[in-house]
Ligand binder design. Structure first.
Ligand code: DQA
Length: 142
């Protein structure tokens, strides 16, 4: 069974409580449980992780690169400035970048992603369903 890591960056652990008008009412725990179920339906072994610590995310990306595990990543705030996250993402063979909100319809600083040039594809603004779409794509490629 193909393993997939779904990696979430800073503040995404606050889903459900954080700016619900933008990110919705579903909690991070509910999202994680849902995505594992989506994986089962698609024949993927999905592991969902979240961290507020950049070094931890970089370690997970190194793990994915070494083990050749495809990644779905929402780099959250790091998206817009972290060259270190971009440098780690570039090492991973297959990466889908997901943003829950439409970053292009928000503040100017959210319009640029330093990560996007190094990923396979980007899903933006389709809510939490963007993660499911990313998994569906990876399952079709597996
Ligand atoms: C986000 C968008 C980012 O600009 C923001 O910093 C986040 C979440 C999204 O999923 O819409 O934390 O990546």
């Amino acid at each position: 069974m193909t393993r997939v890591l779904v990696l979430n960056g800073p503040n995404l652990g606050q889903l459900g409580k954080r700016e619900p008008a933008i990110y919705g009412h579903v909690t991070y725990a509910q999202l994680a449980e849902h995505l594992v179920g989506t994986g089962v339906g698609l024949g993927l072994e999905v592991e969902v992780r979240q961290t507020d610590a950049e070094h931890e995310m970089i370690g997970w990306l190194h793990e994915a690169a070494e083990q050749k595990v495809p990644v779905v990543i929402n780099p959250a705030g790091w998206t817009h400035y972290s060259i270190a996250i971009a440098d780690a993402v570039v090492q991973v063979e297959k990466v889908i970048e997901v943003h829950i909100s439409n970053v292009h319809a928000r503040e100017e600083f959210r319009r640029h992603s330093v990560v996007s040039p190094y990923v396979t594809g980007v899903i933006v603004g389709l809510g939490l369903g963007g993660y499911d779409l990313a998994l569906t794509h990876l399952a079709a490629q597996a």
